[in-house]
Design a protein. Structure first.
Length: 461
């Protein structure tokens, strides 16, 4: 049995059975059998209707879904409610984009050999989708990794993070209630050993993974030939702050981007490079905001920063901060654990470039600040890591903004906003070590289909 506990006080929420290899095999066989029998495929209009009913059921259960997500995931209650609303909108987006899964005409007659033919492409479901999810958005990530497959016409098997399986299970029940036929979305709560076939099996046509780069790239190496994939890993998001930045508008954005969900977001603000002329003002201002944040029980509506997902993550963040301080970094605020499960929002000044907080994804409530005089040098340092995801620049000068957009190695650059900005209809994903493939509802749907060309030869053409 798996014990699901609250990240704040480790109190038991629920015990649920763990699936084994036999259950994984059954899920794969069921999904494969559904896909192989085209008479079982769900017509587009039925998929739309099912997802529309899903939206309506979720709207009636916003409070219930919020409580589940907040309790198991540790994200503050108010932020968890925003996640639920995003999840509902994600299902709506998927339903709306089913009609956009379409092909196009390919011109014929451009050569003598192609005369008398007409050609079109169409898009078909790619096949069985296997998804392995992360803990930090326990409902919204499930939407991105399951509803996209359903909308594309693919049977999907979803493995939630063991720390946060309850939101996934609740959502799969809602899909069933909305009329999704049995077997089209199966949840598997299991240990990694049992989950191995969800990665390696030749019946898997598409693999979706959200988690650490070390695990993601290893799993990619184990995929069966022909299995396509999307991997979403983390980053160490950089921010460039020019001397003309609007500081009063910027500081709340940096605080939100750095400390939202205790920094447990793959695009959290982590490395802030500030022009020397305004460095002290920005550093002190961010520290003041960070020190005012209310840390504690995620179920308390007043809480702004909740716990880390596991006590060992608090241990790790504490070790990384202590390493940076021992190497010469200065603590402007925070820098200490509050309890077994919570860590103070922390601002570090000029940690050395070779310590972990400067070289690896912190995934905790810690923001590092560095002073610079030459923007190009700051960008060079920002680009120096292997991981590249989202970045940001704060400036009132359009030319400087465009220069940073061009030079920063990132899949997205936010101008005068924090690095963690995201809406679910935009392309989203890392490059280099941070991942492969761009997700976002309609982008994932497109990836979960494949193109088929039909060429018709006719005497009347």
């Amino acid at each position: 049995m798996l014990k699901v506990v609250s990240p704040f006080d480790q109190s038991l929420i629920k015990e649920i059975p763990l699936a084994g290899k036999a259950e994984v095999e059954h899920a794969l066989a069921t999904a494969h059998r559904l896909f192989q029998n085209q008479s079982k495929w769900i017509p587009a209009h039925e998929r739309i209707a099912i997802l529309e009913r899903t939206v309506e059921i979720m709207k009636m259960r916003i409070e219930e879904l919020t409580i589940i997500a907040a309790k198991e995931g540790g994200k503050p209650f108010n932020d968890s409610k925003v996640e639920v609303l995003r999840a509902i909108n994600g299902v709506k987006i998927a339903a709306e984009h089913i009609g956009q899964l379409k092909g196009k005409q390919i011109p014929m007659g451009l050569t003598k050999a192609s005369e008398g033919r007409i050609a079109f492409t169409s898009r078909e479901p790619i096949g069985v989708v296997s998804s392995i999810s992360a803990f930090n958005h326990p409902l919204n990530l499930i939407i991105h990794q399951s509803v996209t497959a359903i909308a594309a016409g693919c049977p999907v098997i979803i493995k939630p993070a063991l720390a946060t399986p309850l939101s996934c299970l609740a959502f799969v029940e809602i899909l069933s209630e909305a009329g999704l036929p049995k077997g089209w979305c199966q949840s598997i709560v299991c240990e990694n050993e049992a989950a191995e076939k969800l990665v390696t099996d030749s019946r898997v046509n598409y693999f979706s993974f959200i988690g650490s780069a070390k695990v993601g790239w290893f799993l990619r190496s184990k995929l069966s030939p022909g299995t396509r994939c999307a991997l979403e890993h983390g980053g160490a998001a950089p921010v460039i702050v020019e001397e003309d930045a609007n500081i009063s508008e910027m500081l709340p954005a940096l605080a939100k981007g750095g400390f939202y969900h205790a920094g447990q977001v793959c695009v959290s603000v982590q490395r802030v490079f500030v022009h020397k002329s305004i460095f002290n003002k920005v550093a002190e201002g961010l520290s003041e905001l960070a020190s005012q944040l209310i840390v504690g029980d995620q179920m308390d509506p007043a809480t702004e920063v909740g716990p880390l997902i596991l006590p060992r993550e608090v241990d790790r963040v504490e070790q990384w901060v202590n390493e940076a301080v021992a190497a010469g970094a200065m603590i402007l605020c925070g820098g200490k654990r509050i309890s077994e499960t919570c860590y103070q929002p922390t601002v570090l000044v000029n940690p050395p470039m070779d310590v972990k907080v400067s070289t690896s994804e912190i995934f905790g409530p810690v923001v590092c600040m560095y002073s610079y005089t030459e923007r190009d040098k700051a960008i060079e340092i920002a680009n120096s890591l292997d991981a590249h995801f989202q970045a940001a620049v704060f400036t009132e000068n359009l030319d400087i903004a465009l220069d940073c957009i061009k030079k920063l190695n990132a899949t997205a650059v936010m101008v005068n906003d924090h690095t963690a900005f995201r809406v679910d209809w935009m392309p989203f994903g890392g490059r280099d070590a941070s991942g492969i493939g761009m997700v976002g509802i309609q982008y994932s749907m497109q990836e979960m289909t494949r193109e088929k060309l039909m060429v018709i030869k006719s005497k009347v053409l």
